[in-house]
Design a protein around this ligand. Structure first.
Ligand code: RM4
Ligand code: MN
Ligand code: MN
Length: 432
């Protein structure tokens, strides 16, 4: 099969040729439609072009469930190869200039070299993620019964030290945030003292907080359940917010969309965290039942739109301390991870564009006048408008692809990875 580097500007330009005239026609038509609503399409396109979301390093490998894993072709074998794939995503979408690393999965002896490798590929580094939800080979003490909240102070100290290592590695890479998600909790009523476990969490995270460099932020990520099935220490935004407020001004809450019970009003949580000035960022994904890692916008695009609607409101209101980090956090079990991540980044831009074109002055009037139906219709009009040409035009403005998945498939990149990355692939279950 023919191979062309999908990161090459000339390749992308030639792939765009066959789509250019259709895009021009569609963009013009949409511009006319939006003009009638008093909206300038080019302003929306510029805002979309400036939208950025980080790629999770763990997302470029094929995921799995606890029942098994079906490896994909040519998966990256180390963090350097992960960055190669992330660069493909970024070049084709123009939306993903940073990568979020997970230690120890991405541990290397050469962070300086890794940073240079990223820079050569046009990539920087977003939040570092610590991992105390698994044991590692050779690790002194086990996290089986918890990490930052373990009853044994020695285990807590080990987990704190790991988080501080993540900060040190991140500092070498130019990262400026640490995301802390722990699986600590209980599987049985009676197993742990609910109040004391939280107190131990606060004590441990205070030690991590102290090690944060001046310009760093700490993101506290809540999750309702899994791996703890009865009670999780940081199970909801209330616990997360309490922890952030206790720790200090550099601590913020991170909302992973998949970490809530079905039907929870996540946009409401977003609004509250904006108000509290503690919205640190997002792990975007989608979920239907208990899965927390389906592709963003694949199940409930309207909910994603409503989250972005709150973000646009906060942006327009110039809400204080509002600069949420955007990150994807997905597991791709049955799709090519590069294709899923590109599509998800675009779905976020779609939700953002839909929220940007909502006729806000009208919406405001309808709200004030209690015209419920028209308020709902006005909001929904943003959602039901097909903003695809805006997204494509934003990509063109950045030298990216009009049709990222099409250009990627035609390049033969995946087959090439299959040749270039031989090696044993694990078939066991697991999250990555
Ligand atoms: C968790 C959580 C964390 C992620 C791990 C892999 O469910 O979403 O953010 O680091 O999965
Ligand atoms: Mn997450
Ligand atoms: Mn998750």
């Amino acid at each position: 099969m023919n191979y062309a580097d999908p990161r090459d500007a000339n390749y992308i330009a030639s792939a765009n040729q066959s789509h250019a005239s259709a895009l021009a026609a569609d963009y013009t038509a949409l511009g006319v439609q939006l003009e009638r609503r008093g909206i300038k399409i080019d302003e929306i396109t510029r805002a979309v072009a400036n939208f950025k979301v980080a790629i999770p390093s763990w997302g470029v490998g094929t995921g799995g469930t606890r029942f098994g894993r079906f490896p994909g072709q040519g998966e990256p074998r180390n963090v350097f190869e992960k960055l190669e794939d992330c660069a493909v995503i970024h070049r084709l979408t123009g939306a993903t200039p940073t990568v979020s690393l997970h230690l120890p999965w991405d541990r290397t002896d050469d962070y300086k070299g890794l940073r240079e490798h990223g820079a050569a590929l046009g990539l920087g580094f977003d939040a570092m993620n610590s991992n105390t939800f698994q044991d590692q080979v050779g690790q002194a003490l086990s996290y089986k019964y918890g990490s930052l909240t373990h009853t044994d102070p020695a285990v807590r100290a080990q987990a704190v030290a790991h988080n501080i290592d993540c900060i040190k590695a991140g500092a070498l890479l130019g990262s400026r945030a640490l995301t802390v998600w722990i699986g600590d909790g209980a599987n049985f009523p009676g197993q742990s003292h609910l109040g004391r476990a939280f107190e131990r969490y606060l004590e441990s995270t205070a030690s991590i907080y102290k090690a944060l460099p001046e310009d760093w932020r700490m993101f506290i990520e809540h999750k309702m359940y899994e791996p703890a099935f009865y009670a999780t220490v940081i199970q909801d935004w209330g616990s997360s917010l309490m922890a952030a407020q206790t720790l200090g001004p550099k601590a913020f809450c991170l909302v992973d969309l998949g970490h809530h019970a079905p039907n929870v009003n996540i946009e409401m949580i977003v609004a509250r965290l904006v108000h509290a000035q503690r919205l640190g960022g997002f792990h975007f994904n989608d979920s239907k039942y208990g899965d927390d890692d389906l592709d963003a916008g694949s199940i409930e695009p309207f909910r994603l739109f409503l989250v972005f609607n709150e973000l646009v409101e906060a942006e327009l209101a110039k809400a204080p301390n509002f600069r949420p980090a955007h990150m994807l956090d997905q597991s791709h079990n049955v799709t090519d991870p590069i294709e899923s991540l590109m599509t998800s980044a675009i779905e976020l831009q779609r939700a953002y564009a839909q929220a940007l074109i909502v006729e806000r002055p009208k919406l405001h009037e309808y709200r004030i006048g209690n015209d419920v139906l028209m308020a709902a219709q006005t909001l929904k009009r943003g959602f039901t408008t097909d903003v695809t040409p805006i997204l494509a035009q934003a990509r063109v403005s950045k030298g990216a692809a009009i049709d990222p998945v099409g250009a990627y498939r035609a390049s033969g990149y995946r087959a090439k990875c299959g040749e270039m990355r031989p090696g044993k692939q694990s078939l066991g279950g697991g999250i990555v």
